[in-house]
Ligand binder design. Structure first.
Ligand code: G
Ligand code: G
Ligand code: MN
Ligand code: NA
Length: 254
């Protein structure tokens, strides 16, 4: 309950901030986008990881308010960067299962896009497979509502959930984010290169893009390139950065 009460205060008192992790084209290392990742600057505990507070926010329902703030903040940043000439094609925001299933989601995204004036195709929403299993018809309807706004959709941590191919082909999504567990051991593993290759081929057949997450070494990047995965994200390129450091990173790499 301690953290829950603190979270209510944090929502009211703007103790949250967004960090941004660049996504790049593997060959050119050009920045193609960034993932927004929330951080909580707690007055006594210091920087609290979302891994710690997002699950509590999900349980208590506070995730709705936090998600509203995250979406607005990410889009306000994108609008500001566009106005100031920083060249950043897109920004992605993570949505947890409860956010995805909230009946207010399509309305929220519509309002955020209108009020911040961003081009909706430059906003990407990252969803996990677990958010979409259960009621597939409902998931397809929500995804369709989001696509109608013009935003891009990706499946995060792809390969770790339960998506069957029958469902996957019905999802109007744009990108599969290859889970970092397949990248971690790709240099030594007998199976992981084949898994990555299968995901890339599957994505191509269904008309989706891919990006590999958690890329930490040049060796991993080389193997990913050999398996025709052309976009990467991970500590090799950059850790998630606070706004000032991120702006410097984008300027220096463009
Ligand atoms: O950045 P980090 O490794 O600390 O993130 C930990 C987890 O928190 C990841 O699974 C990430 O997707 C999730 N996360 C980060 N920011 C947000 C956010 O704004 N909303 C939601 N729902 N999850 C987030
Ligand atoms: O669940 P999701 O994929 O949204 O999680 C994003 C989290 O992954 C962020 O918290 C970020 O800090 C973390 N992350 C990003 N790049 C790397 C990486 O190269 N290695 C590891 N171990 N974690 C990473
Ligand atoms: Mn993510
Ligand atoms: Na992920």
């Amino acid at each position: 309950l301690g953290l829950e009460n603190d979270m209510r205060r944090a929502i009211a008192g703007s103790e949250f901030e967004l960090h941004f992790q660049p996504k790049v084209d593997l060959d050119t290392r050009q920045v193609i986008g960034a993932e927004a990742l929330i951080r909580w600057r707690h007055p006594t505990r210091g920087l609290v990881s979302p891994a710690e507070f997002i699950p509590i926010a999900e349980e208590t329902g506070l995730i709705w308010e936090i998600g509203c703030w995250t979406l607005y903040e990410a889009c306000r940043r994108l609008a500001g960067w566009t106005a100031s000439g920083l060249s950043l094609p897109s920004v992605s925001v993570n949505l947890s299962p409860r956010q995805f299933q909230d009946a207010r989601l399509v309305g929220l995204v519509t309002s955020v896009v209108e009020e911040t004036g961003i081009d909706p195709s430059r906003l990407e929403l990252e969803l996990t497979e677990s958010a979409m299993i259960g009621d597939i018809e409902k998931a397809v309807a929500i995804l369709g509502g989001l696509k109608d706004i013009g935003v891009r959709l990706s499946i995060d941590d792809f390969g770790t959930g339960y998506s069957s191919l029958a469902y996957l082909k019905r999802f109007p999504i744009d990108t599969l984010k290859i889970d970092r567990s397949f990248v971690r051991d790709i240099v030594k593993s007998a199976t992981d290169p084949a898994i990555v290759s299968t995901i890339v081929n599957l994505a191509e057949s269904l008309g989706f893009d891919t990006i590999a997450e958690g890329v930490e070494t040049e060796q991993q990047a080389t193997i990913l390139r050999n398996h025709r995965c052309s976009r990467i994200q991970g500590f090799l390129i950059s850790r998630p950065l606070d706004v000032i450091s991120f702006e410097t990173f984008v300027r220096e790499s463009s």
